[in-house]
Design a binder for this molecule. Sequence first.
Ligand code: PLP
Length: 384
Amino acid sequence: MVIYLDNAATSPLSPEVLEAFNDANLNIFGNASSLHSLGRKSRKLLSEARKTIAAKINAEPSEIFFLSGATEANNTVFKIVDYDLIITSPSEHPCVLEPAKASAKPVIWLELDKEGFIDLAELEKHLKDNADKKILVAIMHGNNEIGTIQDIKAIGDLCQKHSAVLHSDCVQTFCKKDIDVKACNIDFMSVSAHKIHGPKGIGFLYKNSKIDKNKLKTFPLILGGGQEKNFRSGTENVNSIIALAKAVETFSGMEKVRELQEKLIKDLLKIEGAVLNGPKDLSKRVTGNVNISFTNSKMDSEQLVLQLDLNGICVSSGSACSASKPLNLSSEDNTMESFVESSYVLRACRLDDKVTSKAIRISISRFNKLDEIEKTAEILRTLA
Ligand code: PLP
């Protein structure tokens, strides 16, 4: 039996979602734009799904736009916001880093502390110093590698105070933490279904309907039949959207995941040379995330991941979709330098090579059991 501990990369469909998804695939195949009864049924369920999701983040249903996932959502923000300066952090997911670099606009990279937190005073200084510019701030809520949860409310307050647009990639925290887009002054928010036991290829972008129209440019993004309020044309993926809404409704078990996370951290830190990366305070860390370096080990991250795999345990080195992704912190030079194997997120936290090259990320879900956690710790004791 495989022990799956890579839930930050993607998570298995939950039984509830699978049932809803299968049912939708069998029965809800009408085009949501069709006039007939099957079309109307799809349209009704689409509208219900939008309401469920909007309620989860205190948004209006009309502010939720379905699309193929967070990569599309993040890219979309960089295409539709009118900005002449980006403020972001070097620990963002590549689908934020790459559009920021490709924009050919100046980028200010915020410094990170050793646990991956940005400095709010530094953010405010840049916002003040660039008061004459249209600024897009892109700061993720929870980091996918080291689990750092930024104070998004404080960031949102600063953005509002200085009239900057705030985009937040909330892929790793959606459903795990309460997010109130209005209270946090978030203008755009990206979410992906497959991190919360929903299907791959579906997600949503929240867009604040009150955002000043002068801060937006190309709109609509994709022309065609005018679906998604003419924002993103294309026949709606109703079955996956139903499954996404079901994943939101049924997401649970975070107390148990937190217990398993605590136990694993405790057990692994007993290994000589083990160092926990990311926040030590678990209330500021994505539930289920354990990123740990075995500095005394002869093996680097990838060797450890492969050895664990030989023992039937799936974890990752860095993030699954960004392992060995480049990062060039210069805002003038937009070329990408090739990265060696170690995690760019850990290097952005300015941790030393021993730590960055020997880190693995273990991410727990509600489907993991205590004996799986114990077995993983036991095997790592012999390997690391
Ligand atoms: N942002 C973060 C923080 C992620 O962890 C991921 C997952 O890979 C993505 C964006 C991309 O999401 P998607 O797979 O829906 O494109």
